[in-house]
Design a protein around this ligand. Structure first.
Ligand code: MTE
Ligand code: MO
Length: 203
């Protein structure tokens, strides 16, 4: 198909079941998949890769790659929205739902937020009760292919109802905390929450 910058994708006018526009305010649809991150791509070796869940939980958890892949596997399809105004619809993801990990580690009652930790040092914060839906997961596969290294191989968060900076690439750990704590971009002024439909971009 010839690229026509003036053609409006009809999906831009769709509505969600609850009536909100499928495309959040101030966003534009992209067909490609931009690569965005701060700093370099971390070097990761699956043989030494580790995923750690720690902090305010009854049972901390450390898994190697084979152990992670032995967790219940799930699939989901959803839209992603970057604060730099691109949105990408209809992404197919495979991975492990957060709620299956949460059931395993059993957060303490005072645990209210999760800080994601990535290889390379990136961090981001998400409210615990906002990552437990069918759609929230740690994904290793996108549209049937293992994630490419620049999109977060071998494992990234996907929390599609928040701006995409909340979906950490190269995840190596999840820390359960009582008080909300800013991650990397949040310390530089990005919003602590990041709802695309109310444009919680900065501040
Ligand atoms: N580890 C890590 N994860 C990250 C980032 C980053 O800099 N480092 N950037 C975030 C931002 S701002 C966006 S928009 C998405 C981009 O993901 P993509 O490159 O797969 O499109 O990754 C998010 N996750
Ligand atoms: Mo972003």
């Amino acid at each position: 198909m010839v690229f026509n910058p003036f053609r409006r994708d009809p999906r831009s006018d769709e509505r969600l079941e609850d009536g909100r526009p499928r495309l959040p305010p101030g966003q534009r649809l992209t067909d490609g998949w931009p690569v965005l991150h701060y700093g370099g791509i971390p070097r990761i070796d699956l043989a030494t890769w580790e995923f750690r869940v720690f902090g305010l939980v009854e049972e901390e958890l450390t898994l190697n790659w084979d152990e992670f892949m032995a967790l219940p596997q799930a699939q989901m399809q959803n839209d992603i929205h970057c604060v730099t105004t691109w949105s990408k619809f209809d992404n197919d993801w495979q991975g492990v739902r957060f709620r299956d990990i949460v059931a395993r580690v059993k957060p303490l009652p005072e645990a209210k937020h999760v800080v994601f930790h990535s290889y390379g040092g990136y961090t981001t914060n998400v409210p615990l009760d906002e990552m437990l839906s069918d759609d929230d997961m740690l994904a290793h596969t996108h549209n049937g292919e293992p994630l490419s290294i620049e999109h977060g191989w071998p494992l990234r968060g996907v929390i599609p109802h928040l701006y995409f900076w909340k979906s950490a690439k190269w995840v190596r750990g999840m820390e359960f905390v009582a008080q909300d704590r800013p991650g990397f971009w949040e310390m530089y002024g990005y919003h602590m929450h990041g709802d695309p439909w109310t444009e919680e971009r900065y501040g």
